[in-house]
Write a new protein. Structure first.
Length: 182
């Protein structure tokens, strides 16, 4: 079954009954922040614009002048304790929160104005299928961090309802449920 909502084709995995349960629906375990995340050039530039404001939120200061954004395809958030058992995204705070998210909330900025696109999208991801086709899928890392085996079988589109609504909008999610019932 192929379902397209707006600009996205949804991965078939959303429409297969599984025992996977999204434990992050109840309480985020922050397990997705252990390796950092890829950034778009736009994301990196937004973060750099807020570099001084971000510093008080960080576990350790970060020298953003050392951040190499000359190769946009290879930009990622810096990792604190890289290679150690407790490595995590540099923006992950002692309070188990994202420094970028916290700054945006405190300054009354839209979270999307500073938090990287793929952080906002997680546990979903985009997969380029063809020149004009982008598939919305469950990020493979979500199978290691967000999803746990449950008892009852459900569809992943139901487990990721809040996330899909964030990407597709309420009308898009309602269209998805209508199309899938057909």
């Amino acid at each position: 079954m192929t379902v397209t909502i707006g600009p996205f084709r949804l991965s078939p995995e959303f429409f297969t009954k599984t025992r996977w349960v999204n434990r992050c629906r109840e309480a985020c375990a922050n397990l997705c922040c252990d390796e950092g995340v890829y950034l778009t050039l736009y994301d990196a530039q937004n973060v750099i614009q807020h570099a001084e404001e971000i510093q008080p939120y960080l576990v350790e200061p970060y020298d953003f002048s050392q951040w190499d954004i000359s190769h946009p395809a290879f930009i990622s958030t810096p990792v604190l304790n890289e290679g150690a058992p407790h490595q995590h995204c540099w923006f992950f705070t002692r309070g188990q929160r994202c420094a970028l998210h916290s700054l945006a909330l405190e300054k009354n900025l839209p979270v999307r104005s500073i938090k990287p696109f793929f952080c906002l999208l997680f546990p979903l991801t985009l997969v380029d299928i063809d020149v004009n086709v982008t598939e919305l899928a469950v990020d493979t890392k979500a199978y290691e961090t967000c999803l746990v085996e449950g008892i009852e079988q459900t569809y992943l589109y139901q487990q990721f309802e809040p996330d899909l609504r964030r990407v597709l909008g309420d009308a898009g999610y309602e269209e998805l449920t209508r199309l899938f019932r057909i």
